[in-house]
Design a protein around this ligand. Structure first.
Ligand code: ATP
Length: 513
């Protein structure tokens, strides 16, 4: 655990040190839970978005993309339920004056019990060695059974309180379980209150007053209200999908864990419109396909898991999260929901416009059902950084920090390094750089020893370095160094473009899905 916390701290400072992520407004001491992406971070982020966008719009014959505005008619958020119900239960500790989400305090407490169970299992596994049977141990060990019973009771009490929106009960659960404030260590809690997460502002400045508008808390509603525009102008036939990438804003109560929970963030969402009755089949399709998209990145299968929702929102008939193992535990990176016809029906009701689709095969009209996939760009970014970060011990007592980023997503694909800055090696390097920069993102680095330059490129995840040396001038070859294996090979300058293009291309990654 300590090691994992350590890893998280290292990733956060690595992001800053190498120009991936900076706190927003840093010279003014920052702005809570708002971050800026630096010179390398914005490249990585753009590549993540491109990977998603192309997987959706190029590889899916019946998915198209849009880019809707952040501001939308305020009634949209009435219809979607966000004005009335996009709330989090908040609670303050009177001693530390710190604010928490009551549900998160309880979830953290549940996770602590899970940790205790995991520890017992790990201890026993070590003791029994090969003959250890985990299922049997779970079913029979008194201590594990006690923890499990406690956990189950707390979980069902918690789920019921959430379902009923019972704020007093949430508070009582916190008190009964003796949950303390991590800062003050006390149980001096206020009442639990609902807090709406939408930011609002005013639009227009007419004499009759301005209109209150919201900064969208999700991009999905921009798709719902455009679905007929796209269907008609694009002559789309159900089933079809609309994809969108864009900013979303939530006034999160507790902003922590770096870019995991931000107040301004970016989402990549797909709404897939299907015939009523076929939604669960499509839900399953998207559930499988989205996990394959993650797995293709090669960070390791064991880092992902599904978390199927037992408690469903009233409009959903199936929901699952794809979780990634962050240094602070398995956490949601993407949600996949079967949302029925809830949103479109509500928009029909509130706008007074018909949002039906005429199905030529069935010869009838209906409001389509929707399967949604929704992933945060920033959480995806964080999962990549955590999964890719590695400190490796090298021969001779040396070590290196390396980011094993998938080549297609790495900010820089190739660094061109002249061995020395003389004898014409620097000019030759520049010529190679000038030729290759049309193919992919290249860097040229002439300063410091070659070893230091390799380390710098390893630390930012550059998959290839080439070294231009004296032999290059004689036979037109360079040394090609592979980031992950550190192996070097001799390769002709003429072969660089095609060899590296193939290895770093988005196409290569997309084909792995
Ligand atoms: P959480 O329970 O963690 O608040 P959520 O269930 O509210 O997340 P959704 O509304 O399903 O999240 O949003 C879809 C995706 O958008 C999430 O899986 C996540 O990747 C991303 N996301 C949501 N809120 C934030 C945030 N505050 N900062 C960064 N990403 C976010």
């Amino acid at each position: 655990m300590a090691q994992q916390e350590d890893l998280f701290k290292k990733v956060v400072s690595h992001c800053k040190e190498y120009g991936f992520v900076f706190p927003s407004s840093e010279i003014y001491d920052g702005l809570g839970a708002v971050y800026d992406y630096g010179q390398l971070g914005s490249e990585l982020k753009n590549n993540i978005k491109r990977y998603w966008w192309e997987a959706m719009t190029l590889l899916q014959e019946n998915v198209v993309g849009i880019d809707s505005a952040i501001f939308m008619h305020p009634t949209i958020w009435k219809a979607s339920g966000h004005v009335d119900a996009f709330n989090d239960p908040l609670i303050d500790n009177k001693d530390s004056k710190k604010r928490y989400r009551a549900d998160v305090l309880i979830e953290d407490h549940l996770a602590k019990i899970d940790d205790k169970i995991a520890k017992e299992i790990a201890k026993a596994a070590k003791r029994f060695g090969e003959s250890f049977d985990e299922a049997q141990f779970r079913a029979t060990n008194a201590r594990v059974l006690e923890y499990q019973a406690k956990r189950d009771a707390l979980h069902s009490r918690f789920a019921q309180a959430l379902n009923e929106g019972n704020l007093d009960e949430l508070r009582q659960i916190i008190l009964d379980n003796e949950i303390v404030c991590p800062i003050s260590g006390t149980r001096n809690w206020t009442e639990v209150r609902q807090f709406n997460l939408m930011f609002s502002t005013e639009m227009g400045s007419t004499a009759d007053g301005a209109m209150k508008v919201y900064l969208r808390p999700e991009t999905a509603q921009g798709i719902f209200v455009n679905y007929l525009n796209v269907q008609k102008t694009g002559r789309m036939k159900i089933p079809f999908g609309i994809a969108q990438i864009g900013k979303a804003f939530r006034n999160e109560i507790v902003a922590r864990q770096f870019i995991f929970r931000m107040r301004e963030f970016e989402q990549m969402e797909l709404q897939f419109f299907v015939r009523p009755g076929e939604e669960l089949r499509w839900f399953d399709y998207w559930k499988q396909l989205r996990l394959r998209w993650h797995l293709a990145l090669g960070l390791g299968k064991q880092k992902y898991r599904y978390h199927d929702h037992e408690k469903l929102a009233h409009y959903a008939n199936a929901a699952t999260d794809i979780e990634f193992e962050m240094p602070f535990g398995f956490k949601e990176v993407e949600g996949i929901h079967s949302r029925t016809d809830f949103d479109l029906k509500r928009h029909e009701e509130f706008s007074g416009k018909k949002l039906q689709y005429f199905d030529p095969e069935l010869g009838e009209s209906y409001v389509p059902y929707v399967v949604e996939t929704s992933i945060g760009v920033d959480r995806m970014f964080l999962s990549l950084m955590c999964g890719a970060y590695d400190e490796e011990a090298l021969e001779g007592g040396d070590s290196r920090v390396v980011l094993h980023l998938p080549a297609a997503l790495a900010p820089i694909k190739l660094a061109v390094l002249p061995l020395v800055r003389k004898d014409g090696l620097d000019e030759q390097a520049r010529q190679i750089y000038n030729d290759l920069r049309f193919d992919f993102n290249c860097a040229i680095d002439e300063k410091d020893s070659i070893g230091k330059r390799y380390r710098r490129q390893d630390a930012i995840g550059t998959p290839y370095c080439i070294t231009v040396d004296h032999q290059t001038l004689e036979d037109g070859t360079v040394t090609l160094r592979h980031r992950d294996t550190m192996q070097q090979e001799r390769i002709a300058i003429d072969a660089l473009s095609s060899t590296i293009s193939a290895a770093v291309s988005m196409k290569t990654l997309l084909k792995k899905i």
